[in-house]
Design a protein around this ligand. Structure first.
Ligand code: NAD
Ligand code: WQD
Length: 364
């Protein structure tokens, strides 16, 4: 039995592929590479010494998706594929609703048609909006504040309705807090296109000399040092959480909702300090005004995931920063430069890699 990973070439997807392969699962990856590179999957194979099929298919391409279900005996799906930039979702809401919401509906329709009803879905702590209390338990009021967050909220609701209509489905809705860090090998990590929006990739690029200085968005919040506090979680811990969630949906039907965080918040200034310690580099920063839409404090109540999945995050903030730094200095351009070299060799040997008509691509 095989697990289909949508968005498997992305940041969290690629790390989860490693953990699934290490746990003995067979996987198949679908990704349109709109925010990732095939090189990430090549490196997953290098890290694990295991091979798998990958398909450059868009979720909106229903026929393409169906062909994968016909070709492979899929038992479960982990669904990462989605657009995730909050600011972009404000300027391009229709694109976000189409890609994220309609993409998920198409995926579920294809799953239903092929009698595959186990699904693990990437939701986000963004569904909580500005929380009334911290730590945030799963049964908090949901009041997300931007189109990206609303796609996650809508998909969560759609998935509940799918289960209510047919209790043969088994669904986990995983609400991630702030994933950072990278695989210990330094071979895979977060590779944002353009200037990063998120704190850790921004700090990493200042440390490696690609960006001049960080803007700290506000130091007048009611927090220990006035800067925003978040629950940063190591991407490998998060990925292991997916393996546990998959075991849960495969063994107990229902709609299961879990926070995946550490339960501990760090301020922006604490993160700068931790990264300086891990990297030995000074992080230049200036304090600027608050970023619109930011909340002061956000961290998870992690008890439910521990009680029901037996999972908790193990890696601390120093390890997160050390691993992020190793990835960053070894790959200052992310996957980009290697991908360009690789593309050239792919073009030369295209017949070896591409098998029409299913667009199957197996990289060694
Ligand atoms: P990512 O952009 O690195 O990965 C998403 C992957 O999905 C990319 O490889 C992209 O090419 C692919 N994709 C997007 N639309 C697609 C489509 N229509 N068809 C096929 N592939 C498509 O992002 P990530 O950080 O790995 O996030 C994975 C998931 O987790 C996303 O759904 C995101 O919203 C969610 N999430 C991320 C964070 C975070 O901070 N990184 C936090 C909470 C939730
Ligand atoms: C963290 C802290 C900023 C950048 C976002 C999305 C959320 C989720 C994760 C997907 C805040 C401060 C940041 C900078 C700064 N993604 N900061 N200077 O805002 O918690 O969440 O990513 O679901 O939906 O909203 O993460 O990393 O952007 O910010 O001072 O250049 O760092 O103000 O306090 P955030 P972040």
């Amino acid at each position: 039995m095989t697990v289909l990973i949508t968005g498997g070439a992305g940041y969290i997807g690629s790390h989860t592929c490693v953990e699934l392969l290490n746990a003995g699962y067979e996987i198949v990856v679908v990704d349109n590479f709109s925010n990732s590179y095939p090189e990430a999957l090549r490196r997953v194979k290098e890290i694990t010494g295991k091979n798998f099929h990958e398909y450059p298919i868009d979720l909106l391409d229903q026929e393409g998706l169906e062909s994968i279900f016909l070709k492979h005996k899929i038992s479960s799906v982990i669904h990462f594929a989605g657009l995730k930039a909050v600011g972009e979702s404000v300027s391009e809401p229709l694109w976000y609703y189409r890609n994220n919401v309609i993409g998920t509906i198409i995926l579920c329709e294809v799953m239903k048609k092929n009698d595959v009803k186990n699904l693990v879905f990437s939701s986000s702590a963004t569904v909580y909006g500005k929380p009334d209390t911290v730590p945030i338990p799963e049964d908090s009021l949901l009041k997300t504040t931007n189109p990206y967050g609303r796609t996650k909220y809508m998909i969560e609701e759609i998935l509940r309705d799918v289960y209510v209509a047919d209790p043969e489905w088994s669904i986990a809705r995983l609400r991630y807090f702030n994933p950072i860090g990278a695989h210990i090998s330094g071979k895979i990590g977060e590779a944002p296109q353009g200037t990063p929006n998120n704190l850790l990739p921004y700090i990493s690029q200042v440390a490696v000399g690609k960006l001049n200085e960080l803007k700290v968005f506000g130091n007048d919040y009611e927090t220990q040092d006035g800067t925003g506090v978040r629950d940063y979680i190591h991407v490998v811990d998060l990925s292991i959480g997916h393996v546990k969630a998959l075991e849960k949906v495969e063994s107990e039907r229902g709609v299961h909702t879990y926070n995946l965080g550490t339960g501990r918040g760090y301020s922006v200034l604490e993160m700068i300090e931790a990264f300086e310690k891990a990297s030995g580099q000074e992080i230049s920063y200036i304090v600027s005004k608050r970023r619109p839409g930011d909340i002061p404090v956000c961290f998870a109540d992690t008890r439910k995931a521990f009680e029901e999945l037996g999972w908790r995050a193990e890696r601390g903030i120093n390890e997160m920063c050390e691993d992020a730094w190793r990835w960053q200095w070894r790959n200052p351009e992310g996957y980009h430069s290697i991908e360009a070299d690789h593309q050239t060799s792919l073009e030369k040997e295209s017949t070896k890699f591409f098998v029409a008509p299913q667009q199957e691509k197996v990289l060694k």
